[in-house]
Design a protein around this ligand. Structure first.
Ligand code: SF4
Length: 167
């Protein structure tokens, strides 16, 4: 069965295996490097959006207003990298951690063909050969499973539809 929760579970298993095999793994609470350097405006499937929407709806209204402004500003944005609009910049914490998209769960732990999906810090360790034993997750399989989870849209597009429906 390929549901979003099954996908989360499978990713968590791979992530845990990597963490358990590397006591000094770089991804940890308080590191928000990848959230501050998104290569693209996030693309999200329908099922991921349904979950993310729950997290956004639970934010205090003032915070949701701020996030709304940041998401709206992403539409048509051409400069890169992008700071994720759901990052609490003061605390370096994700405002929707429990409901975060799949890409946020796999980044740092998965590779796609010969392309490592990780930050420069992990990349330099890979180049040094320090992570030669790591069994990376396969992101091509994740992408294939995501295609079963409904249409894909940019985050601002999902958000605009939602705000349009509730306002
Ligand atoms: S949704 Fe959360 S975890 Fe994902 S990039 Fe944004 S702040 Fe980071």
């Amino acid at each position: 069965m390929n549901t979003l929760s099954q996908l989360h579970e499978d990713i968590e298993t791979r992530v845990k295996a990597i963490r358990d095999s590397q006591s000094d793994w770089l991804c940890r609470q308080g590191c928000d490097g990848c959230c501050r350097r998104l290569a693209e405006v996030p693309k999200i499937t329908a099922e991921e959006w349904d979950l993310l929407q729950e997290g956004l709806a639970a934010l205090p209204s003032e915070q949701l207003r701020e996030v709304s402004k940041e998401i709206a500003a992403l539409a048509g944005k051409v400069s890169r990298p992008i700071v994720c609009p759901m990052l609490d910049r003061a605390n370096g914490a994700c405002l929707v951690y429990v409901q975060r998209p799949v890409a946020c769960r796999t980044f740092g732990f998965y590779v796609q063909r010969d392309l490592g999906l990780y930050c420069k810090d992990i990349e330099s360790r890979v180049t040094d050969g320090a992570l030669a034993e790591v069994v990376w997750g396969n992101h091509d399989i994740i992408d294939s499973r995501l295609r079963d989870l409904g249409e894909t849209n940019d985050l601002p597009e999902w958000f605009a539809r939602w705000k349009g429906a509730i306002e």
